[in-house]
Design a protein around this ligand. Structure first.
Ligand code: SAM
Length: 311
């Protein structure tokens, strides 16, 4: 499925420019549009309407649907007025310090679990073509809104990571903070391998095993997950599989791992308050120090990896 299959919920659907992918500079009429498209994973239709999660990992999506009703301003954080706008862009810059040199100068990128378009907007700004996949349709509406007017070309797909559409091969896959939410990450990785060109790179991040519980957004009542199986589950609200370094390396076993780095000690991490007010260079310098100290090394909130699909 593609934007080609999308129909506006209110009013007549505006025509699309030639595509897919669609030139963002010709998508003005679609900016802010709410649309339906057939979901690649049929379970998403009911979830979108507020239905219960059919399995615990999809509780994360049920929580997202509810959150769009209760505090949309925190979810659409590319809006400069969002309370978390600056923090989310700082985190993006932190990831791009590890990923930037591996991204192609031209070509096609899959933004898997792209959300409201934090990385898609940046990639489109570089003139790249971006396929945005997300399991939450409301996030895709915002991703399109933030894509409009940028130099690249875009297409959108409403589906889960385990059921990627039949895409032409891409040069790179960005999977920022998503593989920790999917039901079957190994199946998702098999799909990534299917769509990634030989020699193409996967740039991914996941929630880390130990750092999350001391972060400001830790859910109350989840401490048992810290010393238990590392799966944080709040029914109807969230579900996260946290990763150790061996967990992530095992997941990426079919790839050549170029980097696997503990990150986010400060942004969204346990040292967020103490490290408040730092700019990117300050965060990088402090995170390097926290990574070196045995007392703090394991308290990263996220793992970030660069992995290459074998030629
Ligand atoms: C924490 S957000 C990250 C969004 C974006 N990558 C970023 O860094 O800003 C996680 C995203 O993963 C999506 N997601 C959750 N489960 C998914 C699944 N099974 N397949 C695809 N996307 C999923 C959510 O809808 C959400 O947009």
């Amino acid at each position: 499925m593609s934007l080609a299959d999308a129909r506006w919920i209110h009013g007549a659907t505006a025509p699309l420019p030639p595509g897919p992918p669609y030139p963002c500079v010709e998508l003005d009429a679609w900016s802010g549009a709410s649309f339906r498209m057939p979901p690649g994973d049929p379970r998403l239709a009911d979830l979108h309407e507020g239905g219960p999660a059919p399995s615990p990992p999809l509780d994360n999506l049920a929580g997202l649907v509810a959150a769009w009703q209760t505090h949309p301003e925190w979810l659409d954080f590319l809006d400069p007025a969002a309370p978390n706008h600056a923090d989310k862009l700082l985190e993006r810059a932190l990831y791009l310090r590890w990923w930037g040199e591996h991204l192609p100068a031209t070509g096609r990128v899959l933004d898997l679990g792209g959300g409201c378009g934090r990385f898609a907007a940046w990639l489109l700004g570089q003139g790249l073509d971006v396929e945005v996949v997300d399991a939450d349709l409301r996030s895709l509406w915002r991703a399109l809104q933030h894509a409009v007017g940028r130099p690249g070309r875009v297409d959108l797909h409403w589906t889960t990571a385990e059921r990627l559409p039949p895409l032409a091969p891409v040069d790179a896959v960005v999977a920022a903070e998503v593989l920790c939410y999917v039901e079957d990450p190994a199946a998702a990785l098999a799909q990534v391998r299917r769509v990634l060109k030989p020699g193409g790179v996967l740039l991914c991040s996941v929630e880390a095993r130990w750092g999350w519980a001391a972060a400001l957004d830790a859910a109350s009542g989840t401490l048992d997950a810290l010393l238990g199986d590392g799966v944080v589950h709040v029914p109807g609200d969230r579900w996260v599989r946290t990763f150790t370094e061996p967990d992530l390396r095992a997941l990426l076993a079919d790839f050549e791992i170029l980097a696997c780095v503990p990150t986010h000690y400060i942004p969204s991490g346990p040292f967020e308050l103490a490290g408040g007010g730092l700019d990117l260079d300050g965060v990088l310098a402090w995170e390097a120090r926290l990574r070196e100290r045995p007392e703090t090394a394991h308290l990263n909130r996220a793992w970030t990896a660069v992995a290459r699909r074998a030629v």
